[in-house]
Design a protein around this ligand. Structure first.
Ligand SMILES: [Zn+2]
Length: 379
């Protein structure tokens, strides 16, 4: 029975519902090493510390064979082989072996460094769709807008233009302001005042980075109004964000305000708040969640994380995501560790007689594939 379940889990074609592009060009070892650290976005003083982590150990365990190396090969030998092969061939191997049929790609961050959705599709043999980042649209608008009084309408128009071919939106308000603030819908007058202030800052030489709380929450509500599923960065991220302020329980009023619309809200990553997110997924019809990103960074400890994600959240509300970005090993590793965690967790429950094998298969398919296909209306 358990052997059948293992095979089912290993062969299921996944939807990776939150992911970024793999590196486009070859780079230095320090870039690779820095990519193994999520919390610190600065260049590490000693980048080799990245190799002494759960993520790096899991990477040498699972990815080495795809580079024709033995499992657990020394980090130095792994890097040597990696630099011989080159980023493009690594991406081809890793993306193909991930067994992902659909990549839902967030295109909002330093796009030139990473493969586009079309390139991800071509290299993997799967398909790819775009998720549009709300704050990036605002930052495009502010550099071209003539009159800040037009901001509210101009933003709504640009967002709907930019999402014509997209299947969802994403907000990084977690990074820019956190959730521990008033997230109610601002009036168009408040938006105009905030836009005028942002325009003034720019004329004074400020950057186009959106950090104004009024415009951030305006963007969130405008995204829900579009009707497309809205992804929210929650929990773990680099130290640009205040991890204390990104507990998803702060979102309760926002979730309440939009529950009637039925627009799906997807809480991304969630670690270390996966239990809070699971509660919200049970409490609100619209809330869905994943534990991506942390699955990679926790390495072998992703097994208990995956088990915790299967506590309160209804199984129809959980989705698979790698949240990989940069080294294509992360795109493969997310899938490999997720499959491993589901084999261990669900297989254990089936062996103990707590779950039936057909129930286990059904839940694997829901989380790995069917929930995302339903929520994003794929297919
Ligand atoms: Zn991400």
């Amino acid at each position: 029975m358990a052997a059948d379940l293992d095979e089912f889990i290993d062969q299921l074609a996944l939807v990776d519902h939150h992911v970024h592009g793999a590196f486009r060009d070859d780079g230095a070892e320090s870039r690779f090493q820095n990519s193994l650290n999520e919390g610190n976005s600065e260049s590490l003083i000693d980048p080799s510390t990245g190799y002494n982590s759960q993520l790096a150990f899991a990477l040498r365990r699972w990815c080495a064979p795809l580079l024709d190396l033995p499992v657990h090969v020394a980090a130095q030998d792994y890097w040597r082989r990696r630099s011989e092969i080159g980023e493009a061939e690594i991406a081809r191997r890793m993306l193909t072996h991930a067994g992902v049929s659909e990549w839902l790609v967030d295109t909002g961050f330093r796009t030139d460094d990473f493969l586009s959705p079309a390139e991800m599709a071509r290299l993997s043999g799967g398909s790819a769709r775009e998720i549009v980042r709300v704050e990036t649209v605002a930052e495009q608008l502010i550099t071209t807008i003539g009159n800040p009084n037009d901001y509210a309408d101009a933003f709504r128009n640009l967002l709907s233009e930019r999402t014509v071919d997209a299947i969802g939106t994403k907000s990084v308000i977690a990074y820019r302001a956190g959730f521990d603030l008033d997230l109610s819908r601002p009036s168009d007058t408040e938006v105009a005042t905030a836009a005028a202030h942002w325009c003034d800052e720019q004329s004074a030489g400020g950057t186009a980075r959106l950090a104004d709380p009024t415009l951030l929450r305006f963007g969130l509500h405008a995204a829900v109004d579009l009707g497309l599923p809205l992804q929210l960065h929650v929990g773990l991220g680099d130290r640009d964000l205040d991890l204390r302020a990104v507990n998803p329980l702060h979102l309760i009023e926002f979730l309440r305000a939009h529950e009637e619309t039925g627009v799906p809200i997807l809480l991304l990553h969630c670690y270390p708040y996966e239990r809070e997110a699971g509660y919200l997924a049970q409490a609100f019809e619209t809330v869905h969640m994943d534990v991506g990103l942390a699955v990679n960074h926790l390495g072998v400890q992703s097994i208990p994380l995956i088990a915790r994600s299967l506590e309160l959240a209804p199984f129809g509300k959980l989705l698979y995501a790698s949240d990989a970005i940069g080294p294509a090993e992360l795109h493969y590793l997310g899938a490999a560790l997720w499959r491993r965690g589901m084999r261990e967790t669900l297989g254990g429950w089936v062996d103990a007689g707590d779950w039936s094998a057909p129930d286990a298969r059904r839940v694997v398919q829901m989380i790995g594939r069917d929930n995302a296909r339903r929520v994003y209306r794929l297919g």
